[in-house]
Design a protein around this ligand. Sequence first.
Ligand SMILES: Nc1nc2c(ncn2[C@@H]2O[C@@H]3COP(=O)(O)O[C@H]4[C@@H](O)[C@H](n5cnc6c(=O)[nH]c(N)nc65)O[C@@H]4COP(=O)(O)O[C@H]3[C@H]2O)c(=O)[nH]1
Length: 818
Amino acid sequence: MARDASGNSWKVLMLEDNEDDALLIVNHLETQGCEISWDRVETEKDLRQRIADGGWDVVLSDHTMPLFDGASALRVVRELDPDIPFVFVSGTLGEKAAVAAIKGGAQDFIVKHDLSRLTPAVERAIADQALQKRHRLAQEVLRKLSQAVEQAADSIFITNREGEFEYVNPAFEQLTGYGPASTHGQTPALLKSQDQDPSTYAELWQTVLSKQVYRGTLINRKQSGETFFEEKVITPLVNQDGQITHFVSTGRDITDRVQADEDRTRLNAILEATTDVVAIADAKGKVIYLNKAGHTLLATALNLTDDEPGKARAENALNAAQQLIQGALAQAEKHGVWERESMLENASGQHIYLHQVVMAHRDQSGRIAYYSTIARNISERKQFEAQLQHQATHDLLTGLANRVLLAEQLQTEMNRARQLKHLTAVIFLDMDNFKRVNDGLGHSIGDQLLQQISVRLGRHIRPNDILARYGGDEFVIVASDLTDADTIPGILDKVKRAFEQPVRIAGQDIFVSFSAGVAVYPDDGDSVETLLRNADSAMYQSKAIGGRSFRFYAPAMNERQHRLLALESELHRALERKEFVLHYQPQASLRSGKVCGVEALLRWNHSERGLVAPNDFIPLLEETGLIDDVGLWVLRQACQDMRILAAEHGHAPRVAVNLSARQFSSQRLAEQVAGVLRDTGLPAEQLELEITEQMLISDLESSRATLESLRELGVTVAIDDFGTGYCSLAYLKRLPLHVLKVDRTFVSGLPDDGNDLAIVEAITLLAHKLDLQVVAEGVETAAQLETLRALGCDMVQGYYLSKPVPLSTLAGAATLTV
Ligand SMILES: Nc1nc2c(ncn2[C@@H]2O[C@@H]3COP(=O)(O)O[C@H]4[C@@H](O)[C@H](n5cnc6c(=O)[nH]c(N)nc65)O[C@@H]4COP(=O)(O)O[C@H]3[C@H]2O)c(=O)[nH]1
């Protein structure tokens, strides 16, 4: 449609009952240069319909119509579209109706008979209405915006160019405590806090004054004084002239977030610093976080090396770790928490022990959100525990199994033997002369000896046999898988042969021998305790017969053990009850033929058992330590008796007193002997002390010192039972000794046994070369006596001359001659 000069091109909706009038109006408008497209309606229904179709520039409405009225039409149009210009074109319109029409929203009214104002009226109505529409829309936008600002969760304020508050939203008031009243005439400086670095404000101003948007975090202060972190965006508003007119600030309280960040940073620092491994895995088990300790552990654990075994082990470690985690996750998922100690073997084959807790964390819907695990390397603790365990089950000195472990291992062996129908031998070993070594040479040497014995024993048993230190000088060997008890002596023989050579410690040779007892499972007991007790009994028996041997357990031994126990307690009281007595056996000189000495021999005058021989109780006195007191009593009594004898008969023979090993190795021996001589007044040369060659050689150095101090006292020393031990005459040469007593076993073969004859002759010859006197023991016959005389023996002692007799009859025996 071509447009005319006025440029108006309108789409007009006519509300007109008279079509002629409508055409008249259209015609008028067209004659005014308007380009018109139009439609005419005369009912409300049609009006609604057409308005709903839309696109109208103006509604021209009659005021009074037969089917409708203008006022109602205006209401309908305003209801449906408030922006369509509405002009009444009516026949007549009273002033009142005109005012009501304008109030109702009509832009103008024109009378039909004077249409001259119609075109400008329509033009103005359209222009007004367009303006009004823009205004209304702007209002609407403004309303929405201000509502948004009012309702915003972020704090918003607007300041003028000078920075004075012009507007603050409710969120600002809620956050800071400052409302419109308290911000009036103020600037945002009232939010400043001491905590904020002042350079931030300088940067802020520099940014916004250069018309840029400032973004940053400020530490601000609320009206209450509390500070808070605020994430700020400050936008300068610039007018058409490029002048800043206002500043709009939006802020968000991020205190919680900052604190959460700080917390997270702190936690992270802790997690990274801790020596525990912390890992987080997603719901599928994929590790999404591993702390530093975790990385370190993995690096150590996997300790990747290039060699093939290293690679294989690394792979194993990975597999093991993977399986461990998978198993753990399943368990954690099921029970919430999973806790266990586990072990990884690193590529170098070392064991890494971990204590691990895995937790499953669920989201609100109950699904697994992630897993967390904390693992601690407890290798050190494990090592410590193992050490403790080792200490609890091993002997500290020798490193051998102790009683506790022995009991455990023996039980296992017994169980195995039961199943396999094998025998298990429990061999109880007790060193024969340990006490002497320990007392004489000191505990350090004693300890070293025990260590060396352990090593030597260990080398001479089978690898599968158990070797334990049972106590002081007691060892136990458990030999398993035996099919025949006949093999046991072979085992013992090996042990014996292991000690054929002396043990050398600190330049000294120490001869070691054992008393051994054997109990065999199942015959000799079916419990650990019984077997050990019975092996001990058997050992005790072999000790009782002088050691250096072994005994198999026999049930009768238990009985004997009980007897020994009873005997021991009786022995404890024997000294107080004065049940010990001394008998004396004379010794005669072969040169003069007269009695020149006596040997004091101890007897126990038991109230029920009568006179008990020393061999039946002296070992027990030794073992219990009672020999210290009894030995001293013997020494004192013998000296006193000799003084009595001298007092009664004018003179007394020299008296020989037996010393026990314990007495001889005591540091106090010389002191005690000197004390007794002083107390009793017996001249030192009338006292002889008898020691065995075993005692001598167990510790040659300390023996020499003891003998020296005895010689200084003027006491003589005799070697008893000579020839039964290992003492070579070479030893004797170097020691201050006086008498050598040839053992009864050699004398008993005389005169017929050529060997005995040769031995006695050789001993006598050599003894004389060493300036030692020779006393032959156990002389029972005249033939023996004569042979000994012929061999050059100096003195004799034996039943042939006299049995040991009480002091009361000794005076008579002392006059005997040979
Ligand atoms: N068959 C036979 N035997 C003879 C003959 N002549 C002497 N005897 C015995 O031989 C032993 C000699 O004493 P011993 O070798 O020192 O051997 C002693 C000695 O080692 C020890 N003993 C005795 N009294 C004491 C003591 O007071 N203290 C210590 N520590 N040991 C003692 O007990 C051992 C045994 O003493 P006894 O039973 O009194 O035995 C004595 C004595 O009775 C003989 O012709 N034929």
